[in-house]
Design a binder for this molecule. Sequence first.
Ligand code: IPD
Ligand code: CA
Length: 265
Amino acid sequence: MATRSAIINVMTKAATKAARGLKRDFGEVEQLQVTPKGPSDFVSAADHRAEAVIKETLRHARPDFGLLMEKSGEHPGKDPRSRFIVDPLDGTTNFLHGLPHFAISIACERDGEIVAGIVFDPIKNELFWAEKGMGAYLNDRRLRVSGRRRLAEALLATGIPFQGHGDRERFLKEIDAAMQATAGVRRYGSAALDLAYVAAGRYDAFWERHLSPWDMAAGVILVREAGGLVSEIEGGDWGIDSASLLVANDKLHRACVTLLSGGGP
Ligand code: IPD
Ligand code: CA
């Protein structure tokens, strides 16, 4: 059985506490679909509540660490070298529509490098976790990216720009290229889980532009520790503030860069 370090345990505790509330609220959301405005205010409150629980739990365990949180932003800590990066509910639109595919994402950054991360899907009870140099795991099972070598057999995931967000023209070129060259493209609506699924070998690659640090931080270390490669879409080095992200298994990464940068399969 994989031994989880103290930092993984701290992040897991925060996520499992918040998950209890999210699961209860998700049950309510299904009842609220029939109202004209839908459950949007309720979901926004659920999101904030989850963030507050995570903040309190992390602060209690590591009082000196800084925090970067989706809802409340940056909270500097006494220790300027360490911070948690938190998305309390990734897949908010799914949650709002009663689709059971969302997650809590928490990463730990030290000296500007992600050193540990967890992505927890409370509905499927799947805890993806990874620590630098220690590997990536799903619950107690070691993860490894897929071994596929041919784009024609590969399943890709992405995020589709919506309502004035992102670059529609550029995305249409990317998806057109992917449609012609691969076995399929999925858009499940949670970037954190998309990354975890690449780490687990369920997808062979994932790309998206204009993500925020909390969407990417934990998932990126999962992919790296599972043996995958992480870059910007055009192949440049990825950093927490990068405007694009491409992750893939080690055999297909170069081909995905070429494909999505306009170079064909
Ligand atoms: C969103 C999800 C989605 C991605 C969006 C993100 P949220 O996060 O990760 O898959 O396409 O860009 O903003 O809003 O559900 O936390
Ligand atoms: Ca998110």
